[in-house]
Ligand binder design. Structure first.
Ligand code: SF4
Ligand code: SF4
Length: 240
């Protein structure tokens, strides 16, 4: 996103709408830090600019920068997955996709939420660690379109410094791998230069309990259970 200096009257109405806090005034001139801006379009869509000074420049639609809007503006779709937002169906569709069976846990690592953003180099670091751990990655994910070497998780050099509002990596593990995966992932996540939310999808046991909670608590990992209730709109595409 850019600001047309000929039109801007420095009213600062747009500043508070930016989740990246990258709109700033200096010497009576308001501008956007292009390295920090993720092209989410929130400032523009808010419709607060009295002079229509905000605009999306041509270079925001061209690679490598185009990756920013694809991951940050839900109205811009990913060409590789034909989906908006972060470009993957995510674990919340499990009642339809049945990706996570009994004896398995689904895991999701959400980078950059809320309001922090993430560089592709951060994702690369974690993705490479996951590949070394030999977990089963969800490949139907827009992130994979920007890899140089899918087998090693190496991101194409031109995309490595691109910043997005949020991106997600999903994978599944066998239940017995839980402790080892947590032990290996923790130090990798500590090195990442953004916030990462770690989600785990588990089926309830036959008695209605969630045994995974006790295992996580024993590892010193606090849990905050939540559920998404599907009202039966989706038809399962796999047999139970
Ligand atoms: S496009 Fe998004 S990140 Fe960029 S200046 Fe506007 S609100 Fe901030
Ligand atoms: S709202 Fe428009 S005129 Fe006001 S500071 Fe932002 S870009 Fe400039």
């Amino acid at each position: 996103m850019k600001i047309d200096p000929e039109k801007c009257i420095a009213c600062l109405e747009c500043v508070d709408f930016c989740p990246m806090k990258c709109i700033a005034e200096q010497d009576d001139v308001v501008s956007i830090d292009q390295d920090e801006c993720v092209d989410c379009g929130v400032c523009l869509h808010a419709g607060v600019c009295p002079t229509d000074a905000l605009y999306m420049p041509e270079e925001s639609m061209q690679y490598p920068r185009a990756i920013r809007a694809q991951f940050s503006d839900p109205g811009v779709w990913h060409p590789s997955t034909n989906q908006g937002g972060r470009g993957t169906e995510e674990m919340k569709t499990n009642d339809v996709t049945g990706r996570f069976r009994r004896g398995e846990y689904g895991m999701a690592l959400e980078f950059g939420r809320p309001g922090t953003g993430a560089r592709m180099s951060d994702l690369e670091k974690v993705l490479q660690a996951l590949i070394r751990m030999d977990v089963e990655l969800e490949h139907d994910n827009a992130v994979f379109a920007f890899l140089e070497e899918p087998l090693t998780g190496k991101v194409k050099p031109e995309f490595r410094n691109e910043k997005v509002l949020s991106a997600i990596l999903e994978f599944k593990i066998r239940e017995e791998q839980l402790e080892e995966i947590v032990r290996q992932l923790r130090p990798v996540l500590a090195e990442v230069d953004t916030v990462v939310s770690w989600g785990l999808a588990s089926r309830f046991a036959e008695d209605g309990t969630l045994p995974v909670r006790a295992r996580l608590e024993a590892l010193g990992v606090p849990t905050r259970p939540n559920a998404k209730i599907n009202m039966g709109m989706g038809r399962p595409i796999v047999e139970p």
